[in-house]
Write a protein that binds this ligand. Sequence first.
Ligand code: KG4
Ligand code: ZN
Length: 367
Amino acid sequence: MGPYVAIVSSQVDQRVPDMKRKSKIILGIETSCDETSLAVLEVSDGKKVNFHHHDIYSQVEYHSEFGGVVPELAARKHVETLPVMLQKLLKKRDFLFENLDAIAVTVGPGLVTSLMVGIDTAKTIGLLKNIPVVPVHHLKGHILATELPDARVGGINTIQFPALALVVSGGHTELVLMKNHTSFERVGQTIDDAVGEAYDKVAKLMGISYPGGPILDKISKNGNPEKYNFPRPMSRHNTLDFSYSGLKTAVRIQLSKGEKFKKEDIAASFQQAVVESLVLKLKKGIEKYQPSSILLGGGVANNSELRNAFKIVSRGMKVPAFISPKRYTMDNAAMIAWVGYRTLDKAVQKSKFYLINANPNLPYDHT
Ligand code: KG4
Ligand code: ZN
């Protein structure tokens, strides 16, 4: 790739931050998988956020021919892309750089070599500018993205605690109980494939390119969800765990029968099974933990059926729902900068930067 970066999503605000400010300005960096992203947020009094800058560069076109993310390729693309994105930020918004309070960077979970690109960049900027770096857990980003406004400037939707979060992405499917903004306890998880992974694998079986999730979601609108009775995985188990590999196999067996089929019907029936199984565990979790709110985040939270089903559960069980705005469901640096703000007390000063490392299996209670 040359110096040109095809930004898939970009927003730049030309307003100058208030220099007599009580606000904090945070640079967010996200490189945990196949999206390179940079964001600069200004947060005033913990109540209002201004997204001065937010770029996401997606690598999907490079990975699609392989049917999934190739870790080595992903890391190399981050190395190529991140400096170009930084250059763009500096050119347009150098005053933001002059006034940064901290840098927030994803340190895990994710692909280790990809994470290292973002971490190295964060430490280098931190050293040069003498500002601290906040290590951020990627899934906390997906969860706390539920607080962000669906606008360039807007109020924070502060979560009501205790909260039960459903995180659905390409690498994770989890139910997480939160007592406050810094207390995260995983109470359910997939025992095999993540839900986004299942979408992508089922799409691949039908010859649909990576990532197939959004395409299956789209075509399922023209399909019959009752056409195939795919299993609702783990529905009889009393735990809050999920499983999607059996559902994927059920689709594969159906396709291998050689019967004529419409992709739309397979997609709609598969999607119905997925959404029902997620809702079932969500309801079990609500009954068990009686949360004051429920949260939905991660790439699959983009899914139209799941968003609707989540709202129906919220109304039916009278628990307020916080759903990530669509623009912050996929991997992005705005959510990382936002967690950085929420956890500024975990900021690491430059003399301790050696403590910040990539951890592909980062636990929620990381330091
Ligand atoms: O959170 P994310 O951007 O990356 C990870 O952290 O994994 O999630 C990407 C996943 C992919 O598996 C993609 O197929 C899925 O989210 N996805 C969807 C939809 N949009 C993205 N799955 C179902 N329906 C969608 N509309
Ligand atoms: Zn993610």
